[in-house]
Write a new protein. Structure first.
Lengths: 309, 358
């Protein structure tokens, strides 16, 4: 009995973590390169819509997933152009992205689907596939834990990959260096603009993938409320994880676990669902107060870099 | 001489704000055209929805009141070097405090509303200062605590309005209405005169708050300290300013302003709080108001009126089958153009100078 509940909890956690994790890893890229990206939320929302739209017309979840990522990358490009080439205040540009992304998503949805702010429901073929479905009997502990979306597995693998890229490759070293002291990097012949552009566009791409996961796996349609706040939670997880992929994973798992608890206990009347929903945020703050404390923020974060003549 | 004049014009921030607004509408028009809507029809409806009748204008002004408050909150925080992305949560705490006191603490008429406003300011001030305290004492990034506090406030509000003493008995997922004595509606004379049944004192309070904040920022030594900390914390400390204290105070005041926005909305307009499905966005809209207003308290009055009108008029776009979200896209575009103003200005000024040198 207890094992079944644990299995269900882990199952719920494995569904609510990937979108946060994908977006969080994206945020890592951008923040590490010295560009604050508060527009993650908007990039996720446009990814969620375009993902659902592409999957609806192609009946292929993977194409939808990819298109969601590309839509996020497009907003990433806008953010990059404003912040890097045009030296805009990064927080302000990010705020603008958070108006434009969700605005465009619902605007286009209404334009395409006869004034409805919800896209039509996707059938199973157009959704993302699950892995290991037939391996264990449905409802068993192992089934609940193992048989989940392949993108969930992918997102966890991505943590490893990003850790490797950030800390073991030349690009990663340059990325981190550019986020700390762009002027010094420039004197060493590193193209600060190029590194930052790739990082911010990648952050949009990953955030878009995260958004698309929500519509293509969890919700199976686009609604204006599918993302609400998940982009901000992803940013919180990144700050919580001190801008490292592995720390971000931990932060996302805490949020994912609390979401799992909520969906599990939500049906019962034991505890108010509103208080349950509050838990992840309280836990994050308390953990920071009690254990983690201040982290090192990339030194050049938020500062526009002006290439000298 | 002539180029000097040009330079002066090109240096004026108002020019760029107006240009950004024009570009925002232009992009909106292109999008509307692309989805097969005649932009002239949509913008005509918008214009008509705002200026078509005196009643509409009054409604637009009523809509502006909470936005001016949250705009002031963000503008104030900007000037002290903080980005108050937590205005949303402070707004919610303010509206909640006003509701609870307005519902459960019976007091005679004018005092009741005043006590409600004061408790809202207190709640929002503490909520804002909490993020400051975490920053000063524990070094926790204020953006992170603001985001957390926003969501905690959001769910806390939903929790409170579902309590028996607060929740309405009539089916709806909302609180009961505040007592008549706590209302800040204007006397019936005004609503009959203007045709706007929701007319309330919120806009007057917002104007007073803007003037007060302008006065504090520009004319008092406290305002000077705030700005000094905003420019350079280390320089301010070298000059003997207790930067931590100033920092906490400014985050508290910023929280109060956002909270008052929530309070006037509850006491004047909604008279109750409905259960939220998602954040209402007054805090985030306040960021836009602050930016369009050039983070200047007086500027916030105008940008707040602009946003209020766009919100009220935008609602009517559904009548002509135009997605109201076009307003959000226009607003986002305006902000992004305002954000790139410094670079554009440099380029333009350089061009003019080059021309003058020939």
């Amino acid at each position: 009995m207890l094992l079944t509940y644990l299995g269900l909890l882990i199952n719920a956690m494995l569904i609510s973590t990937p979108p946060l994790l994908l977006a969080g890893l994206g945020s890592c890229f951008s923040e590490r390169s010295g560009v604050v990206n508060i527009g993650i939320e908007g990039m996720m929302t446009i990814g969620a819509f375009v993902g659902a739209l592409a999957a609806y017309y192609t009946s292929n979840g993977w194409i939808g997933f990819l298109c969601g990522g590309l839509a996020g990358a497009l907003l990433g490009l806008i953010h990059a152009a404003a912040c890097i080439s045009l030296h805009a205040d990064q927080t302000i540009a990010g705020t603008a992205i958070n108006f434009i992304g969700p605005g465009c998503a619902v605007f286009l949805c209404k334009a395409i689907f006869e004034n409805s702010s919800d896209s039509p429901a996707l059938d199973t073929a157009a959704k993302l596939p699950k892995m290991f479905v037939g391996v264990f009997p449905a409802g068993s502990f192992a089934y609940n834990v193992i048989s989940t979306y392949s993108v969930a597995y992918l997102s966890f693998l991505l943590v490893l990959l990003l850790w490797f890229v950030f800390f073991k490759t030349r690009y990663g070293m340059r990325l981190r260096a550019v986020g700390e002291h762009p002027e010094a990097c420039a004197t060493l012949g590193i193209n600060v603009y190029r590194i930052r552009y790739t990082a911010v566009i990648l952050s949009g791409f990953l955030a878009g993938l995260g958004g698309a996961f929500v519509t293509l796996a969890t919700v199976s349609q686009f609604r204006p409320s599918v993302i609400v706040g998940q982009g901000f939670i992803a940013i919180a997880a990144v700050i919580f994880g001190k801008f490292t992929p592995q720390g971000t994973l931990l932060g996302c798992l805490i949020f994912g676990l609390c979401n799992g608890l909520r969906s599990l206990l939500g049906g019962s009347n034991l505890i108010s669902p509103h208080l349950l929903s509050m838990i992840p945020y309280v836990v994050t703050l308390l953990t920071l107060i009690l254990f983690v404390g201040a982290g090192h923020v990339p030194a050049a974060n938020g500062k526009p870099y002006l290439r000298s003549k | 001489m002539k180029s000097g004049m040009k330079q002066k014009i090109l240096k004026s921030p108002t020019l760029y704000t107006l240009l950004s607004i024009a570009l925002g509408f232009l992009l909106g028009a292109i999008l509307l055209f692309l989805i097969g809507v005649n932009p002239a029809v949509a913008y005509g409806k918008l214009w008509n929805g705002i200026f078509g009748k005196p009643k509409f204008v009054v409604y637009s002004i009523v809509y502006a009141a909470p936005l001016i408050f949250t705009g002031l909150s963000v503008a104030f925080s900007f000037r002290t070097g903080v980005f108050n992305i937590g205005a949303e949560g402070q707004y919610i705490m303010g509206s909640l405090a006003a509701l609870v006191v307005g519902l459960l603490v019976p007091l005679p008429a004018p005092f009741h509303a005043i006590v409600c406003l004061l408790s809202a300011a207190l709640a929002g001030g503490l909520w804002g200062a909490l993020a400051g305290l975490l920053k000063v004492k524990k070094g926790i990034n204020e953006v992170l605590s603001y985001i957390m506090l926003n969501w905690i406030a959001f769910y806390f509000s939903n929790y409170v309005i579902n309590q028996k003493a607060i929740h309405t008995e009539q089916g709806a997922d909302a609180s009961r209405n505040i007592l008549k004595s706590a209302s800040i509606r204007m006397p019936e004379f005004f609503s009959r005169l203007s045709g706007c049944t929701d007319i309330h004192w919120g806009i007057v309070l917002a104007l007073l708050a803007a003037l007060l904040i302008w006065f504090i920022m520009a004319k008092t030594s406290f305002g000077y300290q705030l700005r000094a900390v905003g420019y350079s914390r280390s320089a301010a400390e070298y000059a003997g300013i207790d930067s931590k204290k100033v920092f906490l105070l400014s985050m508290g005041i910023s929280g109060m302003l956002a909270a008052l926005g929530g309070a006037v909305q509850v006491l004047g307009m909604a008279e109750r709080i409905a259960q939220f499905a998602s954040q209402e966005g007054y805090g985030f809209q306040g960021i836009t108001v602050a930016l369009i207003g050039g983070t200047n308290p007086i500027g916030c009055i105008f940008s707040g009126l602009f946003y209020g009108a766009m919100k009220y008029g935008g609602n009517k776009l559904t009548v002509v089958n135009v997605p109201t979200e076009v307003v959000n896209i226009i607003m986002g575009t305006i902000i992004i153009f305002i954000a790139i103003t410094p670079s554009v200005r440099t380029v333009l000024l350089r061009a003019v100078r080059g021309e003058g040198g020939k």
